[in-house]
Design a protein around this ligand. Structure first.
Ligand code: PMP
Length: 406
């Protein structure tokens, strides 16, 4: 019989462990650059003004109830979510080749995709993820018995993309492997391929018959431009790939805890593609039903309200620019301050990287030391969340970096 005594202790999630330690720290000038959540210039969470408006609209709607959402989620949400990531004029949408399912934020979307592939993917049941990648990718896929392999991604020398290493690994992977790609603002490195590099990557993936699995957690948040941040996904769809996208609205709507996300399956442009999409939808519905039955309402209602209203949509884009430009500003300031201090090393990568994170190049020993000595909390891989920096703490932060690097 089962005895719970055999269950071993698992380690605490490193990210949430760090957050707990930060909260318990009473040092007055402590800095949290660990978790990927936007903060305003006063280091406070920011409720997007457009989200407040949508919330107001929903609260004043006398017809709103708390009934179950459909299994695949709120249709006015999932259809607009597809338009957002694929482009409203996407051939895949026109040809009804897109199946969309509302999920428990981006994590749930990655999981649903992984689960679907573990059941139905006919190729090599192995997913290739970038080295490094968002730590959760590894356990999400291995939990559903899809083995994880890595392709090189980050060059320690240039602190940019290891493009040759990446291409070589994708070429050498067994035919019809699953390739996980970050749509934009790669986590944890902040390093993205250029569009020309994406084209070369796509050519290899096509030649090897690989299956692209896009993870899109930062659309609009990265550059402030929704179309720039989905350019890779749109390019792949234009090339006629069959692919999937896991989409999160946590960062670009500031709806972290509301768990609004979507999973999209785009079937390839075959004459019977639309029927294939219908069959895929029927299987996704069964998986969804057995796992969560119905997705949560609130976050999806907020997003749907904004995406279905031209004026609110324009305001949302304004809010996106507020967040992305503050982060870009912090990148410039941090680099300038480190260069001014003459901190050993080069700091160009801080402004070249994009999105929520910067991979500073600090070693694990330095990341631990800066926590001990300066109460600066970053993950031990040297990743910092740019959103944790502001005009009040950036001097302190730059000096702490300077000290630990010397
Ligand atoms: N993928 C990546 C690459 C991420 O960085 C994140 C957020 N940390 C997610 C997926 C999913 O986050 P969430 O479940 O909060 O939407």
């Amino acid at each position: 019989s089962f005895s719970a005594e055999v269950v071993p202790q698992a380690p605490e999630d490193p990210m949430f462990g760090l957050l707990r330690a930060f909260k318990a720290d009473e040092y007055p000038t402590k800095v949290d650059v660990s978790i990927g959540a936007y903060r305003d210039n006063n280091a406070k969470p920011w409720v997007l003004p457009v989200v407040k408006k949508a919330d107001e609209i929903l609260r004043n709607d006398p017809n709103l109830d708390h009934e179950y959402a459909p299994i695949a989620g709120i249709a006015s949400f999932t259809s607009k979510a597809a338009e957002l990531i694929l482009g409203a004029d996407s051939p895949a949408i026109k040809e009804k080749r897109v199946t969309s399912v509302q999920t428990i934020s981006g994590t749930g979307a990655v999981h649903l995709g992984a689960l679907f592939l573990s059941k139905f993917f006919p190729g090599t049941k192995k997913v290739y993820v970038s080295n490094p990648t968002w730590a959760n990718h590894n356990q999400i896929f291995s939990n559903v018995a899809v083995p994880v392999a890595q392709y090189p991604y980050f060059s320690k020398q240039t602190k940019g993309l290891d493009f040759d290493g990446m291409k070589a690994a994708l070429s050498e992977a067994p035919e019809r492997s699953v390739i996980l790609l970050h749509a934009c603002a790669h986590n944890p490195t902040g390093v993205d391929p250029t569009l020309d590099q994406w084209k070369e990557i796509a050519a290899i993936i096509k030649e090897k018959n690989h299956f692209p699995f896009f993870d899109s957690a930062y659309q609009g948040f990265a550059s402030g431009d929704l179309l720039k941040d989905n350019a890779a996904v749109r390019y792949f769809v234009e090339q006629g790939f069959e692919l999937v996208v896991a989409q999160s609205f946590a960062k670009n709507f500031g709806l972290y805890g509301e768990r609004a996300g979507c999973f999209h399956f785009v079937t390839g442009p075959a004459p019977d593609a639309s029927e294939t999409a219908t069959r895929v939808a029927s299987q996704l519905a069964i998986l969804q039903r057995s796992e969560i039955s119905n997705p949560p309402l609130y976050g999806a209602r907020i997003v749907s309200t904004v995406l279905n209203d031209d004026q609110l949509f324009a305001e949302w884009q304004e809010n996106l620019r507020t967040m992305s430009s503050r982060i870009i500003e912090m990148r410039k300031l941090l680099r300038a301050k480190l260069e001014e201090l003459g901190t050993p090393g080069t700091w160009k990568h801080i402004t070249e990287q994009i999105g929520m994170f910067s991979f500073t190049g600090l070693t694990e020993a330095q990341a631990l030391k800066i926590r001990e000595e300066a109460h600066v909390y970053m993950t031990k891989n040297g990743r910092i969340s740019m959103a944790g920096l502001n005009t009040n703490n950036i001097d302190y932060f730059a000096k702490a970096i300077d000290k630990v690097v010397r």
